[in-house]
Design a protein around this ligand. Structure first.
Ligand code: 8X3
Length: 256
């Protein structure tokens, strides 16, 4: 897709991979629709990106609330704004506990955000994209959607679900020009581990100790690679890990 003058709808846009996507796409002349629960962060991001010649619409909304997303979709329709690109980035992990001891609230939050949130946004935005001659959905999967690890159970299940939904979207959008790509990274240093460990910085830092993890820019580069392909090329999956990480259980850490 030629990116200039296209429009991207990005969930989880206020931090990490979503924020980086917003920046890199704005640089390339892509108009933005940015969603996050955190209004202040969105406002700041919009300000920061105002140096680029693009239109930026920000929405403080929660992907787990269907009515909120429906309202945004209706507003976009009323203003004839049709996203060419949908980046289903909002997602999180909560806790690292066994299935018999984990906190059920953590499970609800992961299932609601990673699966139901992705579904709600997709259900409401894809109908607008279907008629386009050039459109692309990027779903943020994970190494956790390919390999289960101790304490990962429900997070793993949600990311396996995202992988399944990516394949399902490719099937359901058969015959249209809407491409669907699952971008599945291994360890990426963002707010991810701070959120997983409920703000415990020591635990969060430990995840990335002794090796160089991926960063938001690395993952964004893969997303851009998929987006920039010509119309006839649909990259259905990109799986990337830090060089030090080969599976969820094999991360080579230099002696600290
Ligand atoms: C994040 C990757 O392995 O930390 O999706 O769960 S992992």
């Amino acid at each position: 897709m030629k990116l200039k003058n296209k429009t991207a709808f990005i969930t989880g846009a206020s931090a990490g991979i979503g924020k980086r996507c917003a920046k890199e796409l704005a640089k390339r002349g892509v108009n933005l629709i940015l969603l996050s629960r955190r209004k202040e962060k969105l406002k700041k991001l919009k300000e920061k990106l105002s140096k680029y010649d693009v239109t930026i619409n920000i929405y403080a909304a929660d992907v787990t609330q269907y009515a909120q997303i429906e309202k945004i979709a209706k507003e976009l329709q009323a203003r004839s704004i049709v996203p060419n690109i949908l980046i289903n980035n909002a997602g999180l992990s909560q806790g690292l506990d066994a299935i018999d001891t984990a906190n059920v609230k953590d499970w609800d939050r992961m299932i609601d955000t990673n699966l139901k949130g992705l579904l709600y946004v997709s259900r409401l935005i894809i109908p607008m994209m279907k008629e386009l001659q050039d459109a692309h959905i990027i779903n943020l999967g994970s190494i956790a959607g390919r390999q289960v690890y101790a304490g990962g159970s429900v997070y793993n299940a949600t990311k396996f679900g995202v992988h399944a939904l990516n394949d399902a979207m490719n099937i359901d959008l058969f015959g249209t020009k809407v491409k669907v790509t699952n971008v599945a990274p291994g360890a990426v240093e963002t707010e991810f581990s701070m959120v997983r460990f409920h703000g415990d910085k020591t635990k969060a830092d430990g995840v990335y100790a002794g090796y160089t993890p991926l960063n938001a820019k690395d993952v964004t580069e893969s997303i851009l690679f998929a987006l920039k392909q010509p119309t006839h090329v649909n990259i259905q999956e990109i799986f990337l890990t830090p060089t030090a990480q080969r599976t969820t259980y094999l991360t080579h850490r230099e002696t600290l």
